[in-house]
Structure formats: C-alpha cells, structure tokens
Design a protein around this ligand. Structure first.
Ligand code: DC
Length: 244
C-alpha cells in the first residue's frame, strides 16, 4: 500500500527487469520522448553503496545504514551528455558504476533500513506523475498502481555481453566470462532477497530485448504509453482504448 496520498495528475511508467537488459538506456530515452522525468532507482541504491564504502560501514549494520541513508540527499541533474547523479551535491555518476560498487550495491539493497528510506524517497519523487521510474521493484512495490508497467528482459548471455562492452569502454579490466558470472550472481541475489525481490508484477507487460534494437524497444513502449495518455484524457472512442 502506498504511504503517501497521491495528488497524481500525470502518468507513472514503471520499468523493471534484471541487470543488463538495457533498462537505463531504454528508460532514459523513453522519458525524453515523452517529456517525462526519469528516475534511475538503481543509481540511488548505488549512491548509498558508495557512501557505505566511504563511511566504512558494515553492510549488515542496519542502525548505521539507516542513519547514513537519512543523511543522504540523492538527486539527478540533466546535462548535455545525459544525466548526473548527485549525493549531497557531489557528482558521483562515474564513481557508482565500478564492479566493486555493483557488488556492494547488490548486498546493501537487501537491507530493510536502506529499502525503507529509498522507497519513501522514490514515492515522493514520482508521485505527481509524468515520470519513468526504472528498477527492480517499481511495479511490484514502489508504485503497484503505476499506469503502465514494463518488465524488460533479455537472455543472460546477451545481458552479460552488453555489460562487458560497457565496462570495457570505461577501461575496466574484465573478461566476458567474469562479467556474465557477475551479472548472474547479482540476478540471483536480486531474485532471492527477502524484501522486494526482483519479480515481474502480474499486470506488467513483458518486453524481451534479445536481438531487438534499443530504438525499436523504445518505440514499442512509447506507443503503449501514448495510448494510455489518450485513454486517460478520455478522447478515445469506446472500444479503442489500450487495455491492460
Ligand atoms: O539497475 P542497476 O544495475 O543500477 O542496480 C544496481 C543494484 O541495485 C542491483 O543489484 C539491484 C539493486 N536495485 C534494487 O534492489 N532495487 C531497485 N529498485 C533498483 C536497483
């Protein structure tokens, strides 16, 4: 149940799915096409992980984690090259994308103290709508009443290869095998954790991006969201609305 009464006026789009399915790129492009705000909830968990590392807090120390999270102000800023992630005003966009922080993020995102604080924050950021939120539990937990829910996936091999290319481009010393194994380990942890595990919401639309180009995936999603906007505006003749 949502804990904040919503004065929602716009559409909420939820995009969930496992690592490396192309969620971030797809969600960002979709938000741009629609003129919506883009919220990368994975970046928020990563920002917490970076802060945990810097503060030398044990990932199991719930009390310290909660105190840390409450003192963090995480925000997003658009720039010409995309968007930046800020923690208490500091640009951490690059620092949160290392393999070490990926692994630590996967660990601290299982902690209730962290999830509670970020859940509240994500609801606050998205509640007025015209927003694309991307993560693992948006359609199932953060906004179970989202207007459109997508579950974006791709084969494990393809996801591992995509992640490998991304990391190599950034100069990371990784192999395809180690990256596929890292992606699989994170998937397993995300799917098996007790709180808000990665799971497709019952009313989500499954989009398989294996072998499909990013622009095609975005175009397909845009049609569905536009149909929802039209339906919401009440301009569709009876029987022609998009049903979910
Ligand atoms: O999407 P990403 O790879 O940036 O996510 C980083 C980690 O954060 C990943 O291990 C799963 C976790 N995460 C989560 O638990 N819930 C979310 N809503 C988003 C990400």
């Amino acid at each position: 149940m949502r804990d904040i009464p919503s004065p929602r006026t716009g559409i909420i789009v939820a995009i969930d799915g496992p690592s490396g399915a192309g969620k971030s790129t797809v969600a960002r492009l979709l938000a741009e096409r629609l003129g919506y705000v883009y919220i990368d909830t994975g970046a928020m968990y990563r920002a917490v992980a970076l802060s945990v590392k810097r503060a030398s807090i044990a990932p199991e120390d719930e009390v310290a984690l909660e105190e840390l999270c409450r003192g963090l102000e995480i925000s997003f800023e658009r720039d010409s090259g995309g968007y930046r992630v800020l923690v208490n005003g500091e640009d951490v966009s690059e620092a949160i994308r290392t393999p070490e922080i990926s692994q630590l993020t996967s660990r601290i995102s299982t902690r209730k103290a962290v999830r509670d604080v970020l859940l509240h924050e994500q609801r606050r950021m998205g509640r007025s709508g015209n927003v694309v939120l991307e993560g693992r539990d948006i359609g199932s937990v953060v906004f179970p009443d989202a207007d459109v829910k997508f579950f974006l996936s791709a084969s494990a091999e393809e996801r591992g290869k995509r992640r490998f290319l991304e990391l190599r481009e950034k100069g990371e010393d990784v192999t395809v095998e180690s990256t596929i194994a890292e992606v699989a380990a994170r998937d397993a942890r995300d799917e098996q954790r007790e709180i808000a595990p990665l799971r497709m919401a019952k009313d989500a639309l499954l989009v398989d991006s294996t072998g499909v180009s990013i622009p095609d995936v975005v175009a397909r999603m845009e049609i569905i969201v536009r149909a929802k906007e039209t339906e919401r505006a009440g301009t569709v003749p009876a029987g022609q609305g998009e049903s979910r």
